[in-house]
Design a protein around this ligand. Structure first.
Ligand code: ADP
Length: 171
């Protein structure tokens, strides 16, 4: 399974994949971090389509077109804000990945790129988040043979190290 998983140090908005995942907020109307970068690169069409969606609950995901991005689609998923770990945050983050993979399967997507959802402003510990991302991705790859490649975008060194550890690699 892991041969279909790739770590990439890049800006997710540069990737010409079937879909990039956005770490969105409940409004789906844009924000900072990766969300801001995606909206800036996609152009105003993305915000217009997002307005029609009327938000998204935490743990769930919505799909839109990619507009000016090289990616065909954007999957907007809303991660939990880390509150210390006793508010169901780990399960909610797993729900995010499951929701994204469900949409990927429904749309027959073959290549998918994720940012480290919730690990920026939302404060989720990077190692815990990487372990959840890897576990759900391995499950999805085991059941969805159309899914050719899942990319984890590492925007900083701690994120890369967290994924490498979760994948059982040593760097
Ligand atoms: P959240 O609110 O879910 O924590 P953030 O956007 O603050 O979302 O951070 C999520 C992750 O995305 C962090 O690891 C952050 O470093 C990373 N990130 C920020 N900008 C980009 C980008 N352009 N491409 C890929 N990852 C990014």
């Amino acid at each position: 399974m892991d041969e279909r998983i790739q770590l990439l140090d890049t800006d997710i908005t540069m990737l010409a994949v079937d879909a990039i995942v956005n770490a969105a907020n409940n409004s789906l109307l844009g924000g900072g971090g990766v969300d801001g970068a995606i909206h800036r690169s996609a152009g105003p069409g993305l915000l217009e389509e997002c307005r029609q969606l009327h938000g998204c609950p935490t743990g769930d995901a919505r799909i839109t077109k990619g507009y000016d991005l090289p990616a065909r689609y954007v999957i907007h998923s809303v991660g939990p804000v880390w509150q210390g770990g006793r508010a169901g945050e780990e399960e909610l983050l797993a729900d995010c990945y499951r929701s994204c993979f469900r949409l990927a399967a429904e749309h027959g997507l073959q290549t998918l790129a994720f940012p480290a959802i919730s690990t920026g402003v939302y404060g989720f510990p990077k190692k815990k988040a990487a372990a959840i991302a890897v576990r759900q991705t391995r499950r999805a790859l085991a059941t969805n043979s159309s899914l050719e490649r899942v990319i984890f975008v590492c925007f900083n060194r701690e994120t890369r190290e967290a994924y490498a550890e979760a994948l059982g690699q040593r760097e």
